[in-house]
Design a protein around this ligand. Sequence first.
Ligand code: G3P
Ligand code: CA
Length: 320
Amino acid sequence: MRYILTVMLVGLLGTTGCARYKAGVVGDGVDVIAHRGASDYAPENTLAAFALAEEVGAEWVELDCRLTRDEEVIVMHDDTLDRTTNGTGYVREASLHEVKQLDAGSWFEDKWRGERVPTLEQALAQAKWKIGVYIEIKDTADDAPLISDIFDLANGLQKHDDLFRKDVMDLVERSETRNLLLTRKVIEIIRKHKMYRHVVVQSFSPTVIAVMAIEAPEIRVEFLGADDPDHSMTWEEYLRWGYLFDVDGFNVHYESLSPGRLAAFHRAKKSVNVWTVNDVEDMKTVLTWGIDGIITDKPAVALNHTNTVGAAMGIKEQNF
Ligand code: G3P
Ligand code: CA
């Protein structure tokens, strides 16, 4: 009940504001990024969750994308249909037509019955001019040998150059990684809808990051990571890869960040967003450190705190 009241209040205030999306620029205030849409209030990764994020005043929505069997880009977090739809099986084994028959709302609450799994194109069309979109390209291949080859190739190189880029793309193509096709499809869709300034592409996949940096330099790219043994890269490798491909930002799990790490990123002119912060005390902590964006399932709650904590520190102008 409390969150419904917060949603209504912030939504009401938000309607008096202007367009919410803006490029994620270091020093441009704290962006609230609604994780999988306003996913604490509506079924994740649906058009309803994205609309609600806009309604409460978030600057951005975050979504996840994957390829269907017939190579269409759809919006879904998991690699199977099981958790968030009434279907079963791998996304990569279902056609777009099959996915479109599924109910993506009733698993969350019966009132959302009838919500569908959107395509990336549908999500972008709904968002354009209203809210920015963080497109997370899901890592859909084991690229460990490829990553190792690219590290070897980089040797002492600090930042990619022409020859390195050519050699990297040669390695990526020869590896036949599924991550390449998905990344190229996403780039094609962003270009088709002329949404370079409305989107940021982020990924945990080093391959996706490399391909984005090389083939779509006009699109902002941010590297997801964490200092966590379950992660495919160590923290040092994560930094090395991000600087080698000159990503625009590092989006870090909030428990992996510290004021010192944040300051180092900022000295290098890289933005830093933290994920996925839903607890108010955690929100306050990272806000006082001076992060650039907060990825949260509870955008209404985060907006309250970015406007109070942020304003007190002089790091954000009031949006309302
Ligand atoms: O935006 C960061 C966050 O979405 C990464 O984790 O698993 O929710 O996609 P996940
Ligand atoms: Ca995500």
